[in-house]
Design a protein around this ligand. Structure first.
Ligand SMILES: [Zn+2]
Length: 735
């Protein structure tokens, strides 16, 4: 089953919402579908559209090393016919599996589906890579043209009763088939995917489900449209320059430009999607801060056509009803079934345990800020619109890290070779060699071949680090080729970033947060490179959302690990190590304002889970009443720390695929800090530790239950203690 069959637009949205998110794997567990086996890469002539023939570079598998995409031969015009042919063949081959008159077996059904989709996979891998990192109007046009066809393809596969019957048959007989554990996992995952999509429902219920899905999609769309307009409308506007005291010239210029763009007089502060607004840390006029904050907080609750409250209330209700139809007590129960946490109860228990430490720290920070207000004779009580303004003063006084001082120690190539690669070599014994002969889609892209300690080739890895106008924001990882023993393929992986490109001949001096981004994306890359699965759909980063950020965030830890840090953080001109005082500042800055930051995230995650544990029979909710009650119930109703997103503008959960999934960010953080603690307790950066982690976690993809996988490696359940320590949030008395 091909992981690239998920909706591309959904994928793009996922990228936007999490800037450090891998590109392709997130929604596949729900959308995966069979594809077409093209024996030896040739196509049956009768079904090939006229425009698609042997002269198309996607027609046959790439003959380059590791089957890397032949970017030197691919033209923009090649994508559309190749994708269309890929879709047609995928459908045709799926039908052939479904209509097979032979008795269903593991081989002729489950493995057959797994082998399908090679054409589709290779064209979509390249297409997704270039549309994300090097797009143009032609490619964007192709994207919108194929989107509905891709969605229809997924439906056609899951609504194929005959196919489901065969999958069910194999599933029922699985215990007598003497399958190896990975094959057994594949049968179970495939079967669950069909069931979760509604394959077991009666025809009448299927029709109901389809209607519900349509209404959900429409409401989701309506929410996005309303929120976009509401956010634009709610921007803070003024013609009084004094109201904007504290803003820099650059910020004022941007505000004047924003007004001009709207054909308005004066200045406009456009709203960001979060509750807090970046300019709130600079605005010295308290009335302006309050007005801007309230514009943000109430943006989608102003009555009229762009008020989202009725839309989200109905969405929550419909999702609960859909879950009930599919046999689950709540939407969260349905959505978490294939996640590491498994149940909403587990996710809630995890979050509840974090609340005391987070809120205690936030309350302490609030006290410090109030003291500062009082010392300045402010004469008022701290409100949420004051927080960032005063926190910024604390940051400047106590934690200020001047990036121009640190950048000379973070030259990009040096960070890559003596930091990112160095840590990977120490832990896993792998080595890297630049390859100049592999074609790339843009001259900024570099390609490395990765070797095992014994010299055997392991993977190809591309990096495309510099910002370009035709590149999406943020950073991400994905595959051009998936690892699979069944298909005989080794992984071809890429990392994309958005670091400022230096002038020709100048070194790229990056910030420490860019350094962290490099380690993060490389952590995803390692998860992909070490993949050692038989089946492509269980390989590498094809894991649930509440696990996928674990290897990447885990790898971030090595950026600050002294042995690694000292090896790369050297002045680009003199080679001198970074002065201890600067290193200490970087370390200290990590825990600044963490009570606030953690509490606002936790509040948003709790809101998400409360909305999605509603039962199908619950009445339509009033969002404001519901939200207040939910925050109170979870101990997160802090007057000065509002949730990072209010329900009415929480687009992650209403329109971009994170419904009942926002907790995953925090969950993965628990895993990565817990795992790093294990390394520290067992000698840190050693080959023995790295090899064990690789063998028991990084190479395993989704080939076994993730909770069991983690417990086997760790020797127990993940703990929240290391996470609280890392954020500087240990409960009182443990410091
Ligand atoms: Zn990530």
């Amino acid at each position: 089953m091909n992981r690239r069959s998920n909706g591309l637009d959904e994928t793009m949205d996922m990228r936007k919402v999490c800037t450090m998110r891998i590109a392709m794997t997130q929604v596949t567990t729900l959308m995966t579908s069979g594809a077409i086996a093209l024996a030896s890469g040739s196509l049956p002539a009768q079904s090939v559209p006229a425009a698609f023939g042997p002269d198309n570079p996607f027609y046959a598998p790439s003959t380059l090393p590791f089957h890397a995409p032949p970017f030197d031969k691919i033209k923009d015009a090649d994508y559309l016919p190749a994708i269309e042919a890929g879709i047609e063949h995928q459908l045709e081959e799926t039908r052939a599996i479904a209509d097979n008159p032979a008795k269903p077996t593991f081989e002729n059904t489950i493995v057959a589906m797994e082998k399908t989709g090679q054409l589709y996979s290779r064209v979509m891998a390249a297409f997704s890579g270039v549309t994300g990192a090097n797009t143009n109007p032609v490619l964007q046009d192709v994207r919108s043209k194929v989107a509905p066809k891709r969605a229809a393809m997924s439906d056609a596969i899951y609504l194929n009763d005959k196919l489901f019957e065969r999958v069910s048959k194999v599933y029922e007989e699985r215990d007598s088939l003497h399958l190896d554990p990975e094959s057994l996992r594949l049968v179970e995952e495939d079967y669950k995917r069909f069931v979760r999509a509604g394959a077991r429902l009666s025809e009448a219920d299927k029709a109901t489900l389809k209607k519900m899905n349509e209404e959900i999609a429409n409401l989701s769309n309506a929410f996005s449209t309303k929120l976009l307009a509401a956010t634009k409308e709610a921007a803070f506007a003024t013609t009084d320059k004094a109201a904007l005291a504290g803003l820099s010239d650059a910020q004022l210029g941007a505000a004047a430009q924003a007004a001009k763009d709207r054909k308005a007089e004066g200045w406009v502060l456009a709203l960001q999607n979060t509750t807090q607004q970046p300019t709130l840390q600079s605005l010295s006029n308290r009335a302006t801060r309050q007005a801007l904050f309230q514009d943000s907080w109430n943006r989608a609750e102003r009555g009229g056509e762009n008020d989202t409250r009725a839309t989200i209330a109905r969405l929550a209700q419909l999702r609960a009803q859909k879950a009930k139809l599919l046999g689950y007590p709540s939407y969260a129960a349905w959505n978490l079934e294939d996640q590491m946490a498994r149940t909403p109860e587990a996710a809630l228990k995890f979050m509840d345990a974090l609340v005391p430490a987070a809120t205690a720290k936030a309350n302490g920070e609030a006290k410090d800020i109030q003291a500062l207000i009082d010392a300045q004779q402010g004469g008022f009580a701290l409100e949420p619109w004051d927080w960032n303004f005063f926190a910024e003063q604390v940051r400047k006084a106590k934690y200020d890290l001047d990036e121009s001082e640190t950048r000379p120690y973070f030259e990009l190539d040096n960070v890559l070779h003596n930091g990112v690669f160095y840590a990977a070599e120490k832990l896993y014994g792998i080595t890297f060699k630049r390859r100049m002969d592999i074609p790339v889609y843009n001259p900024d892209v570099q390609v490395y071949e990765v070797f095992e300690a014994d010299g055997k080739p392991l993977a190809l890895w591309y990096c495309d680090y510099f910002k370009r106008d035709n590149k999406n924001g943020g950073a991400w990882m994905s595959n051009f080729v998936e690892q699979s023993k069944l298909m005989g393929t080794l992984p071809v992986i890429y990392n994309v970033g958005n670091f400022a490109k230096p002038a020709a001949g100048e070194p790229a001096l990056i910030s420490f947060s860019d350094v962290i981004t490099m380690f993060h994306e490389f952590g995803h890359a390692l998860h992909g490179m070490f993949a050692d699965s038989e089946y492509p759909s269980l390989s590498g980063t094809s894991v649930p959302r509440d696990f996928v950020e674990f290897p990447s965030q885990f790898n971030e830890h090595w950026a600050s690990y002294p042995e690694v840090f000292n090896h790369y953080a050297k002045h680009y001109k003199t080679g001198e190590p970074m002065p201890a005082e600067l290193v200490a500042k970087i370390k200290k800055a990590k825990t600044f304002n963490q009570g606030y930051a953690f509490t606002e995230l936790l509040a948003a995650a709790e809101l998400d889970m409360q909305w999605h544990t509603l039962g199908a029979d619950a009445p339509l909710q009033d969002p404001d009443t519901f939200e207040t009650a939910a925050l109170k119930k979870t101990g997160l109703q802090l007057s000065t720390v509002p949730p990072r997103y209010r329900s009415s503008y929480f687009s992650h959960i209403w329109s971009t695929g994170y419904a009942a999934g926002y907790y995953a960010y925090l969950w993965c953080e628990m895993l990565d800090d817990d795992a790093f603690q294990w390394f520290e307790d067992h000698g840190g950066l050693t080959r023995a530790n790295g090899d064990r982690f690789r063998r028991m976690v990084l190479s395993r993809g989704n080939t076994e239950d993730l909770k069991k996988m983690y417990a086997a490696w760790m020797g127990g359940e993940p703990q929240i203690g290391p996470m609280l320590k890392e954020r500087g949030l240990e409960p009182e008395g443990t410091k």
